[in-house]
Write a protein that binds this ligand. Structure first.
Ligand code: GLC
Length: 627
């Protein structure tokens, strides 16, 4: 059962697809005092949800914030990241209570952080919709929620192939070399990504001299059925005679300061302006710019910096310079420290978002109020375009809000090459399924920092089950294409398993989309009455049949697994090199060597593996192996 409550005059975020009548009989379990909601938790109440938020599956015992932010440090203490996914489920006396706070403004979830047995939700706006769901079954409640927010976007099948990325491949020649080296090393490949250096001076919809003939590059890659995926950022370089900038200025398409002058922030190209994606006319204009790509056969993109990211604002930098110029006395230590502080806190400042204005129905509204749906509306610009034209497309973005899942996928942003980040990305992937983002994945191997052969192998053993499978790494880090590592033979066999399983993965994704299910979920969701499983978060169901128990600690070659009934354990070293065992219900401690992948299916189920291929176009459902 879902009920909708409305407070003030909420902004229509486009998160939900059902028009429910407004109720006024709020359950007594929720106490509302002004902008705060309180729910009393029992000692053993578990709390689920919040999509991309870090930490585990049970969110109890910490504080989280929905305020989209570009933050590359995904540490345990982090309150907010790129997405705002305000869906939370609380277990109360054998019942589940789900809440969706639909507002583009900041929301804080204090889940037993201040008071152990209290959930306090603070909404930074008096205008919002509250959806309340009640169900005796956790998974059924999530399914109800998913019906409310509509069917997720899924990419074409080739979008589930392996993608190789790096910030950046700097020339068409380097891209072709990447394709060649994958082929030579017998590594399957479907997509190669272009990061910002393919552009001329980081200007969207332009090409650097090293990518002058993009059409030729696309055509060469097409021979091997490899798709090129350029990045587009949510900012436009301020530069005279740059057509995108000039057109946007002429038509007032950019976010402004209070005095209606364009708001100027610093991002990769230096001084930049931000399209007002919340306006339909701006979305249509922005989408029309992709013609330069679609004309040469590119229909795959990734969107970045759309929280939106502001490294610094012109306003704040001008202020610092003014203060320095006006300073009469010589600098002392205090002055230096405060200047250091000011310079290092220029990134993503709330006062910048407050001073940045959208223009909606001729009214200026601060981005601070509408902040969390900015990224979603950039995604919507292109998603809407392709969907209206009934065309296939491949798209994922970084910043997001619930609702964006109907237009594209998301990736988890700038993670780090550590085992801890591998563990987090498992929980994030699951929690994103709850809020509709079936098409999600993290940067395989880790984005920042230097990966290691063992880490990328263990990561791959999980990532081959994630719909978005992309190896991406940052500038100045160790190159991490799979052929660079001495355990290439193992990496290759595990990657090939992705292709052997791709038909299963695709079918299960479609099934999950069509039936509002979670393609990835904790095994406990399927066995609600099993008290032991309830406490286990790292046994993951993949579609209807497969259960995986990933390894996410270095040098750990054993894995604890609990089975709620008899299961078949399959230990795969390659699609054609495996052994099987039937395991009884109960506790198991199982050896898993670095080159081994454990999967489990119910004793009576069968699973088919197909012959792996170098590319998704070559796949056939030949059911070469029956497990
Ligand atoms: C951001 C993105 C990252 C990208 C980089 C350069 O940090 O999250 O994936 O490589 O920008 O474009």
């Amino acid at each position: 059962m879902i009920k909708k409550y409305q407070f003030g005059k909420p902004f229509n975020t486009d998160a939900v697809v059902k028009d429910l009548t407004i109720s006024n009989d709020l359950t007594k379990l929720i106490i509302i005092k002004d902008k705060e909601l309180f729910i009393k938790l029992n000692n053993d109440s578990k709390v689920y949800g919040l999509g991309q938020a870090l930490r585990g599956i049970n969110k109890r015992g910490y504080i989280y914030r929905s305020f989209a932010i570009d933050d590359p440090v995904h540490s345990e203490d982090k309150l907010n990241l790129y997405g705002a996914h305000n869906f939370i489920v609380i277990e109360l006396n054998n019942n589940y209570l789900g809440l969706f706070i639909d507002t583009p403004s900041m929301v804080t979830f204090d889940i037993g952080y201040t008071n152990s047995n209290e959930l306090k939700i603070t909404i930074d706006n008096n205008n919002y919709c509250l959806y309340v769901l009640e169900n005796t079954n956790l998974y059924n409640l999530i399914i109800e929620f998913r019906k409310l927010i509509g069917k997720p976007y899924l990419p074409p099948k080739w979008g589930l192939g392996y993608g190789q990325s790096r910030w950046s491949y700097n020339s068409a020649k380097e891209v072709l070399d990447i394709a060649k080296l994958h082929k030579e090393n017998n590594l399957p490949l479907d997509l190669i990504y272009l990061d910002i250096d393919y552009m001329d001076n980081f200007k969207n919809f332009t090409l650097s001299k090293d990518f002058k003939d993009l059409k030729e590059l696309v055509n060469k890659l097409k021979k091997d059925n490899i798709h090129l995926v350029p990045i587009i950022d949510a900012r436009v370089k301020v530069e005279k005679d740059y057509p995108i900038y000039e057109e946007g200025i002429k038509n007032n398409y950019f976010l402004t300061n209070k005095d209606n002058t364009p708001f100027i922030g610093g991002v990769w190209p230096g001084l930049s302006v931000y399209p007002d994606f919340l306006r339909p006319d701006v979305r249509t204009w922005f989408a029309s710019k992709f013609k330069i790509f679609t004309d040469i056969g590119i229909n795959s993109f990734w969107f970045d910096m759309n929280e939106p990211s502001i490294f610094y604002s012109k306003n704040n930098v001008d202020q610092i310079i003014n203060n320095l110029n006006n300073k009469k006395t010589p600098f002392n230590l205090g002055d230096i420290l405060s200047l250091q502080g000011e310079l290092s806190s220029l990134h993503n400042r709330v006062d910048d978002y407050k001073n940045m204005y959208h223009h909606i129905d001729n009214k200026a509204v601060s981005n601070y109020i509408l902040h969390n749906i900015y990224g979603m509306n950039m995604t919507k610009a292109l998603g809407e375009y392709f969907q209206n034209n009934n065309e296939d497309y491949f798209l994922f973005a970084r910043g997001s809000y619930i609702g964006a899942h109907r237009y594209a996928g998301i990736w988890q942003g700038d993670n780090y090459s550590t085992y801890q980040q591998l563990e987090y990305c498992i929980y994030q992937a699951i929690n994103l399924n709850m809020v509709g983002f079936l098409f999600n994945g993290a940067d395989l191997g880790g984005f920042a920092g230097n990966t290691t052969p063992d880490l990328i192998l263990r990561w791959l053993e999980f990532a081959i089950f994630c719909p978005l499978l992309r190896n991406h790494s940052a500038k100045f880090t160790r190159y991490q294409e799979l052929y660079r590592f001495d355990n290439l033979a193992s990496l290759r066999e595990i990657l090939k398993l992705r292709y052997s399983l791709l038909e299963y993965i695709y079918d299960e994704l479609e099934y999950a989309r069509d039936n509002n299910l979670m393609y990835l979920r904790p095994m406990s969701f399927d066995y609600p009455d099993d008290k032991i499983l309830r406490e286990i978060n790292d046994q993951v169901m993949v579609g209807r049949k497969i259960m995986i128990a990933p390894i996410y600690k270095q040098n750990q070659n054993y894995r604890y697994v609990y089975l709620p009934e008899r299961y078949k354990q399959i230990r795969l070293r390659a699609y054609n090199d495996f052994d099987q065992d039937i395991l009884d219900k109960g506790h198991h401690y199982i050896e898993v060597k670095p080159n081994e992948l454990l999967i489990f299916i119910k004793e009576k189920d069968t699973l088919y593996l197909n012959t792996p291929q170098s590319n998704t176009t070559k796949l056939i459902n030949d059911h070469i192996i029956k497990l």
